[in-house]
Design a protein around this ligand. Sequence first.
Ligand code: DC
Length: 211
Amino acid sequence: MKRIIVTIDGPAASGKEKISKYISKKWKLKHLDSGILYRQLALIFLKNKVDIKNIKQVKKKLLEIDNVSFKKSREIRTQMISDLSSKIAVYNCVRVFVNKLQYDFVNKNKKTQRFVIDGRDIGSVVFKNADLKLYIEVNAEIRAKRRYKQLIDSGEKSIYPKILRDIKLRDKKDKLRKNSPLIIPKGAYIIDNNSSFKSTVNQINKLLQKI
Ligand code: DC
């Protein structure tokens, strides 16, 4: 069976997760959310009281870690972990570590051979030769509104202007960092996710039919 890799990149709260899950189910692709790996690492640093401003401490801890969970949990969805993960994501040593986890994941799942992987640098750095590269575009205000509704619906307190501010700040950090900044990968299709989910997946399904 030919290996197929579909990459999905885009800014925070652009709907990558929902889109990846949909594609994974419809097209029977194994899903890997690389953001989870950055978040799990941030949690490990937090629990072990690693001073993330101190690169020596970060490097030392990376050498000691022998297992990183690929699972999503409430613990890694907090604002604190969102902030921490975007801070550690600037370090090259952290990115090399996370990229290796991704390569191992793909190599370990040899039987599967069909993957959808989402993040910020998947089509531009990690899997440059992917079969299909997608870049999800949604304006910051719409992303903030959707995140706000999600939080309110799940019973959490939330303030729209703060959410918008946080999203803009994370965009800035993701786009301006030196190592693997968020860019539109070469050869990627830009997917407009500003309107309905249906219109978004229609754009994507048309592309997937061709590979
Ligand atoms: O997608 P997310 O919000 O779960 O990602 C958490 C953080 O990890 C985010 O601030 C940016 C970083 N990240 C990254 O730099 N590269 C990736 N491929 C995925 C996530």
